[in-house]
Design a protein around this ligand. Sequence first.
Ligand code: NAD
Length: 425
Amino acid sequence: MNLFEQTLQQLKKAATLFNINKNTISILAFPQKIIQTTLPLRMDSGELKIFLAFRVQYNNARGPYKGGLRYHEGVNLEEIKALALLMVIKCSVVNIPYGGSKGGITVDPKILSGNELEKLTRAYVETFYKNVGALVDIPAPDINTNPQIMAWFFDEYSKLAQENVPAVVTGKPVELGGSLGREEATAQGGLYVLIEALKKLKINPKGATIAIQGFGNVGKNIARMLEDKGFKIMGLSDSKDGIKASKQPLSIRYVQECKMRKGFIAGCYCIGSVCDIDNKKELGVVDIPSQEVLEMDVDIIIPAALENQITEENADKIKAKVVLEMANGPTASEAYEILKKKNITVIPDVLANAGGVTVSYFEWVQNLSGDRWTKDKVNESLKEVMVKSFSDVWTKSQQFKQDLRTSACGLALERIEKVINLRTT
Ligand code: NAD
């Protein structure tokens, strides 16, 4: 089963357990709109290259479509459909007034120059201009897209609309109407949820050991925040390789600096304020294959890279007590059943990584009202949403004796069903 089929199957299961009308599932079994096209791009070399581009507007019963824009060589329609459906569920779990969508371009942005990346982004906006809008569909960053790309998006859209429309896209640089705290929001939200979960599971955060897969926006920020809170980060990885510490925890700031210099995490053996770049093995840090970071003997693992990373093949090797799903769809459904049997608590993506879209919502509110929030106001409001959402999901799971993913889906479906009924005569 691919991620889309898995997500739909989870929803169907939750629908049965939570008495959701079958019409609601029939509506959610199909996206409302799929837009796909090819984008021709004249490369700096003069060569013409063609890239596939997508936007899936899944459902807007609860509000405008909302969802990230992903640039990755693996992007395909089935993946974008699945991620758009997850956005519908996620926005409902945290109870913000959005539907769900997702977009992407099948491209490895690392092969593009800055100029090519900008031209490709502007070509995407030109093509999808009629389909997005501040009250229609609001993109945001996802894998390999960032505030600069959102700035180009906003600029191109505003040129075409002949008016400044900052609310058409979130995750912009602060100078262009981005929200303070947006860049770290997904990680910050995940941290709030994890702390609540650990209280319920009676695990002491101080000294709890962690391994994180992915060291981009989400992985890097959550690693730093966890380190500040006294968690011990014992393993990290990026798309190339991973590192594993066996004695003392890794020093995130130094690993980050090292990765910036080298371009990858492998070989960044940093403990305290020392980085053993000569690999004398004195610090007890070694390189491991990226995938193995998830199999480390730690209390908590955090997949923060791509989907389908915990599968039937490695689920049995997972030793952690808690999985915090910061990536979208990192656990395949067969693997999920194995983790459940092993009594491992999975904090599902639709809750764990919803901090990003929540602060995107705050950014949109600020743009539409012409207001500017302080970082404290953003973080306090985010904490309120994440703590309440965790409590709603936890309460449901206790009430119905179901796992957190099924309960989050059940809660989301109840809210979606309510608005569908209210909107349908
Ligand atoms: P990013 O592009 O900033 O970083 C991705 C990281 O994953 C990079 O460090 C990359 O090297 C690493 N990676 C890629 N393939 C890997 C592999 N096979 N093994 C190990 N590492 C690998 O992306 P991001 O914004 O940090 O997003 C990460 C995940 O979080 C994605 O699933 C995304 O959908 C999800 N997410 C992101 C946000 C957000 O606000 N950025 C919000 C919600 C969910």
